[in-house]
Design a protein around this ligand. Structure first.
Ligand SMILES: C[S@@+](CC[C@H](N)C(=O)[O-])C[C@H]1O[C@@H](n2cnc3c(N)ncnc32)[C@H](O)[C@@H]1O
Length: 269
């Protein structure tokens, strides 16, 4: 894909680009600890943003970052806020949503490789969002937008029902200590959350290098009435649209097996 830079382009500027300088949340809003009385799957990461990252927010967020009305915390989404995909992307096209997109390597590569599709990166890590915008701009990727928000809220309410053709969750934080597993993103009830966003027949793709999290994902989604397995045998084939990220490389280096899972959205009644 090619074209002019997205610097300074776009819709209304995204909120408070410089305000997260210390890694905190803009607007003095509180850090979220829970959503609907359940713990969120992330903790705030401290550390200053680099100058380049700050510049990315100042110059590129207006084009790439969707301006989401907030609820109780900076990473929350107001329950009445709804994405209008046609307005956000300027067209209608199948939408892939990546939850926890990290540095954006997978989604920027996919958006560049599939100009006929639209992509949405959902992430709470500001430096990762900045990296994603810088790479997308350098590659001339325009069919990508970013949301800085807690993913379950994005899936459950911000996306209109059935708006996503695919949802990807690659190497979500494993929360591997026994006392922390309740913070995992894919936990009982997640089928309904993801199932709200995915169209009938659409696909949910997951990958992890933690065996017991892979088992938990499979158990949760096997039991979810919204989904059916789209793989035979124990695990899915490696999704060939998934680029190798540092998290996958680290898992392999530590001798862990990488497990993919693929589920299909069962048609709504
Ligand atoms: C281990 S990293 C993996 C990043 C990327 N998928 C990859 O494979 O390189 C998990 C990412 O998920 C993000 N994350 C965790 N919980 C989230 C949530 N509830 N909403 C949005 N992002 C979340 C974290 O900030 C982190 O960047």
């Amino acid at each position: 894909m090619s074209g002019r830079s997205a610097r300074g382009a776009g819709r209304a500027a995204a909120p408070g680009p410089a305000a997260g300088r210390d890694g905190g949340y803009p607007g003095g809003m509180p850090e979220p600890r829970t959503f609907r009385d359940e713990p969120v799957s992330f903790v705030r990461r401290s550390g200053r943003m680099s100058e380049a990252q700050e510049r990315a927010f100042a110059e590129l967020a207006g084009f790439y970052v969707l301006d989401v009305p907030r609820d109780v915390a900076w990473t929350s989404v107001h329950p009445e806020a709804r994405l209008d995909p046609a307005a956000a992307y300027g067209r209608e096209a199948p939408l892939t949503v990546e939850v926890g997109s990290g540095q954006g390597h997978a989604i920027v590569a996919a958006a560049g490789a599939h100009p006929g599709r639209d992509f949405l990166a959902v992430e709470v890590f500001r430096a990762g969002l900045a990296r994603t915008m810088l790479d997308a701009d350098r590659e001339g990727v325009r069919n990508l937008r970013l949301v800085e928000a807690n993913a379950p809220e994005v899936l459950a309410t911000y996306l209109p029902a059935g708006a996503a053709d695919e949802v990807w969750i690659f190497f979500p934080d494993p929360w591997h200590k026994k006392r922390h597993t309740k913070r995992r993103l894919v936990r009982p009830g997640f089928g309904a959350t993801a199932g709200a966003a995915i169209r009938d027949g659409g696909v949910l793709r997951l990958a992890t290098d933690w065996e017991d999290y892979a088992l938990q994902m499979r158990e949760v989604l096997d039991e979810a009435p919204e989904f059916e397995r789209a793989f035979e045998g124990e695990w899915a084939e490696r999704f060939d649209g998934r680029v190798m990220t540092a998290f996958e490389r680290k898992g392999i280096a530590k001798g862990r097996d990488i497990r993919d899972l693929t589920y299909r959205r069962v048609p709504r009644g």
